[in-house]
Design a protein around this ligand. Sequence first.
Ligand code: PRP
Length: 185
Amino acid sequence: MHTEAEILKRTGGRPVEGVVYDAERLAVRVRELGAAITAYYPDGELLVLGLLKGSFIFLSDLVRSILRPHQVDFLVAASYGSGTASSGAVQLVYDPETVLTGKHILLVEDIVDSGNTLNRLMRLLRTRGPASLEICALLHKRIATHLEREPQFVGFDAPNKFLVGYGLDHAEDFRHLPFIANLKE
Ligand code: PRP
């Protein structure tokens, strides 16, 4: 449980509407996801790719729950306006230095909203010749009209609200919260 005083202290008094997933619930679900991922990949090289910045806390907890050898790297995608969303183009500000070819790639996202980010990245990563390509998303709003690929692993079906904390931001604030809350609309 997170008290009102704790929440206000952490946010500097900026009001959040309420806690949607508290730290304990997140920890339990992340351990379950780690167990499911461990069971899903019996053989071969596994590379867990975290999409920054939103996935940074989820990723760090998740990899410690995956009980098999794997490598960890990151992706940083350039932000585009909505005008380029359907073009299929994506530019990586940081491109993984590890070789992707022939490895099982697990792309880790904090949240699937419109699905545009995932769709662009899936198209790009497919060109790198991975042995397999799956997605693990902590939150899935289930509002995307088209997804190139549904995430194989989903933490929670999330409400269609402005969610912050546990890596998710509003104008770069709130990422540090150990829980996920929704902002007042
Ligand atoms: C957010 C979030 C997802 C993406 C989901 O990233 O972290 O990556 O948007 O939205 P979509 O499904 O509509 O594409 P953002 O671009 O805000 O960058 P961040 O990860 O650095 O916060």
